[in-house]
Unconditional design. Structure first.
Length: 535
């Protein structure tokens, strides 16, 4: 028993000594990398020494650091990048460590970006190396290899391009989510480098939206948006039917469906992407503001409908009715397409999202509603180019004036200002907008002044209500004087036909009696004169 304990203690002691040596060697290499200042004449000798040390080193952690140093040396001025890449490829040939190979691929990737795209032979060599190591079982190696293929593949067409895209798309169904995500990212990278992407991969990409992992759904959403905007008029078959719809419309529906994704990052991206899909058919666009409630493929009655039934029937709710809000009509599940169920109420969901995400650049804030902010921005972008949709979205944007987050209120105010040429404010909408003038934030109040100065009002009563509210607000916040006067000047110049009937009331003019002359220093008098006389 004593001999066994001694043997175990000796083994643990030897392992500790080995760990200490490894740590010391890593510290030495880290010190070198932190103070990397090599003379031009010593570059080749330094590379040779690192290469020799790599070949004789048994610790994989040290070999990883050596490859990282080779990458740093390659970024030095006048370094022979091609030689360092060749040396890295040579060092990896007999290495079996997945971490070392992954670092080697990372070094090749970083150095390959330093060589101009015009050097086709060099980049093709890197691609061939990446294809060779794609067979590695490590996800880290596969991801780096796919990234090398995306960044370094020379521009090609025809069968050669098809073979390359087929190779990358074969990893869409890889067992590791990180590899699947990188495969989709590689397709996007190839597209950005002017490769022609085959729209047939659209079906496979849509399947990735059902993936269990957020990183896969996130990048798949980007690729769906890209394919939809690139091939908008291509026809795709609606699942479980013989009908075909435009690819841009189907892609729009898929992205709308992701607004209700479990992941906040996916929901935020989906809400952002919707605003840039300008070629969507109007009938699909209008569905995004639909408030229909669906339950088990049946339409449910809203609270307003239930209340209206009670009023018209003359009955009072007894509380004894079971399932009073039960679904009214039964719909055939087969008749509901993915398009209609996906786009239905997408912006409604986005504007009501309650999740608060943490922004890295705003550490003092507990959280900001990324999804709501993105939904407001997209709603504005789509409304700018579509007057009909702008009028549909008006009520939703006005409702966001009451949001509890200042950032969302400001974006909704600015959005309404940007689409002001397409809309006319009703009195009920104007009442909600004017209620926001009580906001404590001066930035919000001045934003409202700019927005009111840009918008058009529908009635004289609405204009009078606006002027009175601005006057009350000026008494509460005297520091808003300049902004308020400028706002009223613009309102008066845009609504002469609405201001004219109110002139006698504002200026205290009587048709028969000579009234007392108002005090020209009174803010109220200045405000009315600004509205009426200044153009």
């Amino acid at each position: 028993m004593t001999a066994v304990l001694k043997k175990r203690a000796l083994a643990e002691y030897s392992q500790t000594i080995q760990d200490v040596k490894t740590a010391m060697m890593l510290y030495d290499f880290c010190s070198v990398s932190d103070n990397l200042d090599i003379e031009q004449s010593d570059l080749q000798e330094c590379i040779k020494k690192l290469s020799d040390r790599f070949k004789s080193e048994s610790e994989s952690a040290v070999r990883v650091k050596i490859l990282s140093l080779l990458s740093d040396i390659g970024h030095e001025n006048n370094a022979d990048v091609a030689t360092i890449v060749d040396e890295t490829i040579s060092l990896l040939k007999n290495d079996k460590s997945h971490k070392v190979i992954a670092q080697g691929m990372s070094t090749i990737l970083k150095l390959g970006k330093l060589i101009p795209d015009s050097v086709t032979a060099f980049h093709q060599k890197l691609v061939e190396v990446a294809k060779l190591y794609l067979r590695d079982v490590s996800h880290a190696v596969k991801c780096k290899c796919l990234e090398i293929i995306g960044v370094n593949s020379p521009i090609c067409t025809g069968e050669e391009a098809e073979n390359l895209l087929h190779l990358v798309s074969s990893y869409f169904n890889n067992d590791d989510a990180r590899v699947r995500s990188e495969a989709f990212s590689t397709i996007i990278t190839l597209y950005e480098r002017r490769f022609q992407i085959n729209p047939k991969i659209y079906v496979d990409v849509c399947e990735a939206l059902k993936d269990d992992y957020e990183i896969v759904r996130h990048v798949a959403l980007k690729l769906i948006w890209l394919l939809g905007n690139t091939y908008p008029e291509n026809e795709v078959l609606v699942p479980s039917s013989d009908h075909e719809i435009r690819l841009i419309d189907d892609a729009f529906g898929k992205i709308c469906n992701s607004v209700t994704d479990l992941s906040m990052h996916v929901r935020t991206l989906a809400a952002k992407l919707l605003g840039s899909m300008k070629l969507v058919s109007p009938k699909f666009l209008s569905q995004t503001l639909d408030k229909k409630l669906m339950s088990n493929m049946r339409r449910k009655r809203t609270a307003h409908e239930l209340a209206w039934e009670n009023v018209t029937s003359g009955e009072w709710a007894s509380g004894k009715k079971w399932a009073d809000d039960a679904p009214r009509e039964v719909l055939d599940a087969e008749s509901i397409s993915l398009m209609s169920s996906g786009a239905c109420g997408a912006f409604v969901h986005g504007l009501e999202d309650e999740f608060l995400g943490i922004y890295k650049d705003t550490p003092l804030l507990s959280g900001l509603p990324k999804v709501r902010s993105a939904a407001v921005e997209s709603l504005c972008q789509l409304s700018i180019s579509n007057p009909q949709f702008a009028n549909m979205a008006l009520d939703f944007l006005v409702d966001m004036f009451n949001d509890e987050i200042e950032d969302v209120r400001m974006k909704s105010i600015d959005s309404l200002r940007l689409i002001s040429e397409h809309i006319i404010l009703r009195d009920d909408q104007l009442e909600t907008i004017l209620g926001a003038l009580e906001d404590f934030s001066q930035e919000v109040r001045e934003g409202l002044h700019r927005m009111l100065a840009s918008c058009r009002m529908s009635t004289t009563a609405g204009l009078k209500m606006c002027v009175e509210k601005l006057l009350d607000n000026l008494k509460r916040y005297p520091q808003d004087k300049r902004s308020t006067y400028k706002c009223l000047q613009r309102i008066g110049s845009q609504h002469p036909e609405l201001v004219l009937p109110l002139v006698p009331q504002f200026l205290n003019i009587h048709p028969f009696f000579d009234m007392a002359e108002p005090d020209v220093e009174n803010p109220q008098c200045i405000l009315f004169n600004t509205l009426i006389f200044i153009e």
